[in-house]
Ligand binder design. Structure first.
Ligand code: NAD
Length: 262
């Protein structure tokens, strides 16, 4: 076990599944103390179990919270500081895809729901975490955008608007907070095989045809496959570490090169 995150306190939202869960296990193995935040408390318990299998000494705080609720965000930040005394890293990651539909049929409520979680939730997290990091004059933040935040994907009005917004927030806050020793970046994953992507393929191909829909989907990727959650977690861990402090306000694609293909 490397000790690169020893004594570092990291908050991860969306830690009960997918990219947040695998990242949590990855940085816990390297000594991080973690505040794990998710709407789904069963998911958080599962993540805790996975962490303790590889890092039995890990210090963990589990907070069931909705990132779209500003008071709940303030609370997970306060609880983290009360327990651990500081915040060194923040993986601002919780998100939902929403139902796929043409813009005219997307639905006003659906649009607000997706934007509330993916964009407002990320903003609330930045607001409260950055104030805390600024006091310490150090910190690293990784916001989860998407290739849907840098390219048009189609049928995803809420997702696209919110993820482009996450890119904007990242650039804006990155240039504001560099002077305080804080670097803020976004990741833009392509299709990574997590429960979210499985659900998305089921919207396209149904229960019977989703694996076939998946094969067709990746045929356009230069690497002809889905990404693995660990391949995202490795990049996030690097961006949260002291090794990447001069990377700031950047958007890092993790998509096998697909977003650069004509
Ligand atoms: P996932 O569904 O496996 O995990 C998302 C987690 O976020 C779940 O545990 C869920 O309970 C939690 N969550 C959802 N809404 C929440 C809320 N309001 N408050 C607190 N927690 C909430 O999905 P994932 O693939 O791991 O996605 C993680 C992030 O990565 C999302 O922001 C997603 O948009 C983004 N992303 C994923 C992919 C991909 O291919 N998997 C690609 C690009 C971007």
């Amino acid at each position: 076990m490397s000790k690169s995150f020893e004594d570092k306190v990291i908050i991860i939202t969306g830690a009960g599944s997918g990219l947040g869960q695998v990242t949590a296990v990855t940085v816990a193995k390297d000594g991080a103390k973690l505040a794990l935040v998710d709407l789904n408390s069963n998911g958080l318990e599962e993540t805790k179990k996975l962490i303790l299998e590889v890092a039995p000494e890990a210090e963990l705080l589990l907070v069931t919270a909705n990132v779209a609720d500003e008071a709940a965000v303030k609370n997970y930040v306060d609880e983290t500081v009360n327990k651990f005394g500081r915040i060194d890293g923040f993986f601002n990651n919780a998100g939902i895809e929403g139902k796929q539909n043409l813009t005219e049929d997307f639905g006003i409520d659906e649009f607000h729901k997706v934007v509330n979680v993916n964009l407002n939730g990320v903003f609330y997290g930045l607001k409260y975490v950055l104030a805390e990091m600024k006091k310490n004059g150090a910190g690293s933040v990784v916001n989860t955008a998407s290739v849907g935040g840098i390219r048009g994907v189609g049928n995803q009005s809420g997702y696209s608007a919110s993820k482009h917004g996450v890119v904007g927030l990242t650039r804006n806050s990155g240039i504001e907070y560099g002077q305080f020793g804080i670097n803020i970046n976004a990741i833009a994953p392509g299709a990574i095989m997590t429960p979210m992507v499985e659900a998305s393929l089921k919207q396209i191909g149904g229960e019977e045809g989703w694996e076939e829909a998946g094969k067709e989907f990746v045929s356009a990727n230069p690497m002809k496959r889905f990404g693995k959650p660990q391949e995202v977690a490795n990049v996030v861990a690097f961006l949260l570490s002291d090794e990447s402090k001069f990377v700031n306000a950047s958007v890092i694609t993790i998509d096998g090169g697909q977003s650069y293909k004509y």
